[in-house]
Ligand binder design. Structure first.
Ligand code: NAP
Ligand code: F7E
Length: 329
């Protein structure tokens, strides 16, 4: 029988990769789209004609109940969120409502529609829950047992969603799991995130469309993987016999400066310093210094492996942006 999946956050980076993955696997795919005139609706319909879009909002539980009645999903991937860490400091209450309570709204909607014993639920948890502080940093990287210490309203909201997912699993026997994913990027990444902001600027500098890029702090380190690899891990988590949480990461960490090195080298520039200006507007009230994940459990239990390495990721993103920006020239 054809499996049915419902994706929240279908218009986001991971939503696009996942819609493709599930479409290729023959799923009947439903996606939640918010707002009466969502600017991303047309592009989503054009790229994924097989996805059935349902108007709903994570802030509005009645709309989620209606979405579940229409989609009758076997699997739900809750990817919808206010996902920008910097923005979450500017709008912490909305972040709590969407990123935190939105998950509870979906879990309750599942119960209200009688799906707690049949629906498999994936929650998009994050490495931002760990905080990356020196005293809270395991040598091999954070794993499923590591201590949490979120450093932003986003991280705190995600921690609520993480625990409420676990609570519904323990309280109601739901197949509800969290993937604790470290940063994953790629050609679908929003330009408000540092990797895409850099690769887009690099492409535009090469084409003479801009002469510099303004960034915040350059020393933080992240465990950066490719989003296409990570949605495969999400899917595998929902195919297990028992519900459980998993870290997805590369096991490597790199600074923003290292990302700049590789991105500018891709267009033949060895010294990026003349092209980068620091702007305090892009700095955060509290920073996550270093993130490094330990994906051993996902590799062992799920058989998950990332395919794209760090240089491969930077190359892929710069080349994509060169192609897009030269069409816009
Ligand atoms: P993204 O590109 O920012 O996409 C976020 C999605 O959430 C968008 O489709 C957005 O819809 C939707 N959304 C926002 N507010 C909503 C609301 N009130 N109701 C319903 N949908 C709403 O994020 P992403 O990078 O694909 O990440 C997917 C999920 O994984 C997010 O939950 C993120 O926090 C989490 N995560 C991401 C990473 C990463 O490195 N990418 C790592 C760990 C966890 P609109 O288009 O209408 O705004
Ligand atoms: O920042 C620094 C910034 O916004 C990375 C989200 O997907 O991954 C993402 O969160 C680093 C930070 O991603 C700029 O201060 C410097 O240290 O690309 P980012 P993030 O904060 O790591 C996690 C795992 C998620 O769950 C989130 O949803 O780069 N940085 N200059 C900058 N960051 C941005 N955005 N813009 C700058 O100009």
């Amino acid at each position: 029988m054809t499996k049915r999946a419902l994706i929240t956050g279908i218009t986001g980076q991971d939503g696009g990769h996942l819609a493709k993955l599930l479409g290729d696997k023959g799923y009947e795919v439903y996606g939640i789209i918010r707002g009466q005139q969502n600017p991303k609706r047309r592009a989503t319909e054009e790229e994924f004609p097989y996805v059935k879009l349902i108007e709903a909002d994570l802030l509005d539980m009645s709309s989620l109940v209606r979405a579940l009645q229409i989609a009758k999903p076997d699997e739900i991937y809750n990817l919808g969120a206010i996902s920008h860490v910097g923005y979450s400091f500017k709008d912490p209450q909305l972040t709590a409502d969407v990123t935190g309570k939105g998950c509870l709204n979906m879990l309750e909607a599942i119960r209200l529609t009688g799906g707690e014993k049949t629906v498999r639920f994936y929650q998009a948890s994050t490495s931002e829950m760990f905080g990356g502080l020196e005293y809270n940093r395991p040598e091999k990287g954070y794993n499923e047992e590591s201590q949490f210490h979120p450093r932003s309203p986003y991280g705190v909201a995600k921690l609520y969603a993480h625990w409420i997912t676990k609570n519904y699993r323990e309280s109601y026997g739901m197949f509800a799991v969290s993937g604790i994913l470290f940063n994953h990027e790629g050609e679908r990444r929003g330009v408000e995130f540092v990797t895409r902001k850099i690769t887009n600027a690099v492409a535009r500098i090469k084409l003479g469309l801009q002469d510099h890029v303004e960034l915040g702090d350059l020393w933080p380190k992240r465990d950066w993987g490719y989003a296409g690899d990570y949605v495969e891990g999400m899917w595998r988590m929902l195919q297990q016999d028992k519900p459980d949480d998993f870290v997805l990461a590369t096991g490597e960490t790199h600074s923003i400066e290292e990302f700049l090195d590789l991105a500018f080298k891709e267009i033949g520039i060895d010294d990026w310093k003349p092209y980068v200006k620091q702007n305090p507007a892009f700095m955060r009230p509290a920073e996550v210094d270093l993130l490094l994940g330990d994906p051993t459990k996902a590799e062992t239990v799920l058989g998950w492996q990332r395919e794209v390495d760090f240089p491969g990721l930077v190359k892929l993103m710069v080349q994509h942006d060169l192609e897009i920006e030269s069409q816009n020239k």
